[in-house]
Design a protein around this ligand. Structure first.
Ligand SMILES: Cc1cc2nc3c(=O)[nH]c(=O)nc-3n(C[C@H](O)[C@H](O)[C@H](O)COP(=O)(O)O)c2cc1C
Length: 149
């Protein structure tokens, strides 16, 4: 059984909806899921955690949702040793933003890796243009992801 912490980055709720869907469904597979409230994402501690799932959209011109900016700045500035941590990334975006598709998820992926965390599985990139059910796609992906932990 894995203890999974989901850190959400969202502006209009889609990423939160995905996280909530995982929280509702992964316990049936034997995993404990905690979702960090958006407002608390900046101060989240990874101490004692072994699996983190970042679930974030991209906004503006390839930017992080506002609520994830403090966490990204902390990781970049403090470079904490996260070598104990395994993580996954669910990146929500829209392919019509060709140059910046899912850039926030890619950025969080790179920041965690730079702190020594080990990504498990491939990053999931969900395209709002072609996927009307992002929470279902996220759950399908996560059901496989948890088997890799
Ligand atoms: C104003 C605006 C800017 C966006 N910019 C990007 C972008 O640069 N790259 C991208 O991949 N998606 C972009 N998107 C698409 C969102 O990431 C996508 O709609 C996502 O599902 C929103 O999730 P959220 O509700 O959790 O914030 C943008 C959406 C809006 C409304």
């Amino acid at each position: 059984m894995a203890q999974i912490l989901i850190v959400v980055g969202t502006e209009s709720g889609n990423a939160r909806m995905c996280a909530d869907h995982l929280q509702d469904n992964l316990p049936a597979l034997g995993h404990a899921v905690e979702v960090v409230e958006e407002a608390d994402a900046g101060s989240v501690s990874f101490d004692g955690r072994d699996a983190v799932l970042v679930c974030t959209s991209t906004h503006g011109d390839g930017e992080l949702p506002d609520n994830l900016i403090p966490l990204a700045e902390r990781l970049r500035g403090e470079q904490p040793d996260l070598s104990h941590l395994r993580y996954g990334v669910i990146a929500l975006g829209d392919q019509t933003y060709q140059e910046t598709f899912c850039r926030a998820g890619k950025q969080m992926d790179a920041l965690l890796a730079a702190c020594g965390a080990r990504r498990v599985g491939e990053r999931l990139e969900i395209d709002a243009c072609t996927q009307p059910l992002p929470d279902e796609e996220a759950l399908n992906w996560a059901q496989e992801w948890v088997t890799l932990l």
